[in-house]
Design a protein around this ligand. Structure first.
Ligand code: SIN
Length: 186
């Protein structure tokens, strides 16, 4: 990556299905050593302070792989885009740098199979972090919660659909989808 080309951003949650920022490329991508979990509380998007919803963060796990989407942000719009995303992700996410990998079906024209990228990560020390819980309890929380951006169910179901569109398998997300659909008769 060079500043002339732009800045890659890796999305693994709402940024997969609702980017809503200017970008010049969108490519399926993955990060290694990370697994997606509904362990972050949401008091500003999919819940409220008295009843936080659950949204995804990534947890370090040797050997794991998380599939998502890499977006290339042009240098001319980068300051505005990242200011907007810093605001959107302000509920506990910090911007970190890591290496993203492009599958062969998504290889770049220059042949690059990986690139440095930014990502928003909610670590265990942020005030909204909820951590692990039994999946049925997480599913019940998701089925119940809503916030200024909409229902927590919408967040989960749209993420699951977007992962299927990418051809990605995520047992944690798909099992929660199954439990929530059963719970809410969806
Ligand atoms: C992301 O999508 O990459 C960050 C978490 C979220 O906004 O859901």
């Amino acid at each position: 990556m060079s500043q002339e080309t732009g800045i890659w951003l890796f999305g693994y949650g709402s940024l997969v299905w609702r980017p809503e920022f200017a970008h010049v490329e969108r490519r399926p991508a993955h990060v290694d050593g990370w697994t997606r979990r509904f362990w972050q509380g949401s008091t500003d998007h999919r819940g409220v302070p008295d009843d936080p919803g659950r949204v995804v963060t990534l947890i370090a796990e040797p050997g794991a792989r998380c599939h998502g989407v890499a977006y290339l942000v042009a240098p001319a719009t980068a300051a505005e885009v990242f200011a907007g995303l810093d605001h959107r992700e302000r509920g506990g996410y910090a911007r970190v740098e890591l290496q993203v990998h492009f599958p062969s079906s998504s290889a770049r024209p220059d042949g690059a199979t990986s690139a440095p990228a930014r990502m928003y990560l909610a670590t265990h020390d942020n005030p909204n972090y909820l951590g692990d819980a039994p999946l049925p309890a997480i599913a019940q929380q998701i089925a119940r919660c809503r916030g200024p951006s909409g229902t927590n169910v919408e967040y989960l179901l749209r993420l699951a659909d977007a992962l299927r569109d990418l051809g990605a398998v995520d047992d944690h997300v798909f099992e929660l989808e199954r439990l929530v659909r059963a719970h809410a008769s969806l």
